[in-house]
Design a protein around this ligand. Sequence first.
Ligand code: ATP
Ligand code: MG
Length: 256
Amino acid sequence: MPTRNTSEPAPGPPLLTAVASGKGGVGKTWFSVTLAQSLARMAHRVLLFDGDLGLANIDIQLGLNPMHDLGSVVSGKVSMPAAVQSCLSGGFDVLAGRSGSGALAGLGPDAVEQLIAGLAQMPYDHVLLDLSAGLDSTTQRLTAAADILLVIATDEPTSLTDAYAVIKLHEAAVPGGEVRLVINQAASDTAGHRTYATLARACAQFLGRTPALAGIVRRDERVRDAIRRQMPLLSRHPASIAGADVARIAGQLSLR
Ligand SMILES: Nc1ncnc2c1ncn2[C@@H]1O[C@H](COP(=O)(O)OP(=O)(O)OP(=O)(O)O)[C@@H](O)[C@H]1O
Ligand SMILES: [Mg+2]
C-alpha cells in the first residue's frame, strides 16, 4: 500500500530523476534511498523505482519484503500502483525489482517503454530510478526518459572514465539533456571538488559541455552501518555527514 493518499490527483507528471554510474558499487542504491528519504522529509511524494533490472536490491537495503515486484507488473499480474509498497521508516514508496533473479534484465524495448509510460502516470512529485551499473540497452532507455540524469562517480580512475562514458552516450542520445554529477565517497569536500573538476574538464574538452555539480557526498562509516542494519540512513543516523550532503542535493532537486 502506498504511503500517501494516492487518490488525490497529482498536480502534474512526476519529475523523473535517474541515478546512474558507469562503474558498479559506487553508491547508487544507497544514494537513491537517501535522496528519496530527504525529499520525503521536504514533504514531497516520492516513488523509488528499482531500475536495476538485473540485480535489484533496494528492498534488501531497506529490509522490505515486497508482496509484489516489477516482475508481477511486467507479467501483467498486478497493476503498477498495486505493486507499490511503502517504506514507512523512510516516508516514501518503493516499486521493488526482483532481487537476485536477473529475470528482468532482458526486457524488450516495448516493455521498457511501457514501464516508463506507467511511471509518468504515477501520482508522485518525484520518481527516482536507481539504475544498474553499466550501459546496457535497457539502462540507456531508462536514462533517456529521465528529466534529470544524476551520474555518480568516486575518485577512482575507472569510476571517472566509466562516468564519462555514460555522459557521452547520454549526450549522443539526448543532446543537451540535463546531467548533474554527484561525487560520492569523497575524502573531503575539497577532494570531492577536485574530482568533479577532473571529470568536468574531460567533458568540456571532448563533449563541448560541462555537466553541473549536483553535490559532493563525503565518505562516512555510518552509511555502511545503516545498510548493514537495513535501515534508511536518516532514520538510523539523523545527523550523519553523508546524510547532510544528500539532503543538500535534495534541496536543489526540490526547487524544480
Ligand atoms: N558516502 C559513503 N560513505 C561510505 N560508504 C559508502 C558511501 N556510499 C556508498 N558506500 C559503500 O558502498 C557500498 C555500495 O553501495 P551501493 O550498493 O549503494 O552501490 P551501487 O552503486 O548501487 O552498487 P551496484 O552497482 O552493485 O548496484 C555500500 O555498501 C557502502 O558500504
Ligand atoms: Mg545498486
